[in-house]
Write a protein that binds this ligand. Sequence first.
Ligand code: NAG
Ligand code: NAG
Ligand code: NAG
Ligand code: NAG
Length: 370
Amino acid sequence: MMIQASCLQLCTLLLMAGRLQARVTAPQHLVAPVEKPFTLTCSLSKERGESLREVRWLDVQNQTLLTYKPGNRESVSGQQHVELAPSSTKDTSAITIRRVGFRDEGCYTCIFDLHPTGLKQGSTCLTVTSQVTVDGNKTAVSGKRVSLLCSYGLPEKVRQITWRRISAQGESTDVASFAKRSDPMIEPPYQGRFWLTPSLSDSQLTIQPVAIQDEGCYTCMYETHSDGLKTSTICLSTYVLPKPQVSYKTTSPGVIEANCTSVSRPPAEIVWNVERDNRTMGPPVTKQLSQDDGTTLVISTLTVQSGLLKDVSVKCLVHHKGLESPIAVSMNTKIGTALTILISVTTVAALLVLSLCFCLWKCFLRKEAD
Ligand SMILES: *[C@@H]1O[C@H](CO)[C@@H](O)[C@H](O)[C@H]1NC(C)=O
Ligand SMILES: *[C@@H]1O[C@H](CO)[C@@H](O)[C@H](O)[C@H]1NC(C)=O
Ligand SMILES: *[C@@H]1O[C@H](CO)[C@@H](O)[C@H](O)[C@H]1NC(C)=O
Ligand SMILES: *[C@@H]1O[C@H](CO)[C@@H](O)[C@H](O)[C@H]1NC(C)=O
């Protein structure tokens, strides 16, 4: 009944045409971001002696969305997902869609029921849009796992998602894709280490295990029915964490040369921590050597007087972006361990000799007693 009634009203209105239509103004076309509230507005220019009895909004299916009598809050009735906007006055009517969704796309009609002139209407068409969002650039530790995530709020409009990789050299290659009613497809060079979720909204590309060569930027491309290509890019940096080592040798009497070495990506920063002492012979010398696999070998050489190691703690501190705190390698523990082993071996040997002596002495003593 309601639909018939509004249709009848609309037909009447269409017959009256031109002059009346100009009395209601509304933006012809609007773009609304998905999942956000959105307000539609119609303005009426009343003539002298006219009074507004009722306002009715029709949705994209020409169903009643909301009706109210101006100045009477109690009279507002309509669907759950819309409300009368506070900006409504006697001559403008505004309604807010609480959370815009895919189904809200289409044309809306506002109908003003005037006394004594009858119905005046306007219409506004809404296009719902979304942007591709990402959670920023990523870093991954070589050998571990990483997931790159793109989201698009209107999966209904998406035909296909393609992930493309742009290497540091600028070459771009397709990595994976997913289309409606099919399985995710991984391009042959990436099979076995790359995985894609079968989703047209939240697309997650997972790499496991991550290799150094995976570094680069990855673009997710959403091919949509009506909004063209929507894309976003995530850049991935790959880390190799350092496993520093300290080695040393005596270069001349009383002088020790110590090396702290670390292989990592990106290069680590090595500093020496020598407890408040000036017996180091000059500042450390640092060398960087690029390796073929994309890592960098860093060697920091410190020359110290050998006496220093007995008195104070000498540490090599390795700082790296992929570490929460620097790795410390102490030079003293090495000497300490060596010393401990030496003492233990000596003690055991001494004990053995002692017990042997005791045995011998006892044996001889017994013999003599016999
Ligand atoms: C709603 O009504 C208008 C004319 O009043 C018509 O052009 C349109 O196709 C109708 N829409 C639907 C979904 O019925
Ligand atoms: C991500 O990395 C790329 C290249 O390194 C850079 O151009 C871009 O600004 C970065 N984006 C963010 C959000 O940090
Ligand atoms: C320290 O590294 C240098 C190369 O930078 C090397 O020539 C030297 O033999 C190393 N010394 C030790 C004790 O490993
Ligand atoms: C540094 O060495 C000099 C001797 O070479 C000594 O007199 C001085 O006390 C030392 N300073 C510190 C802080 O150890």
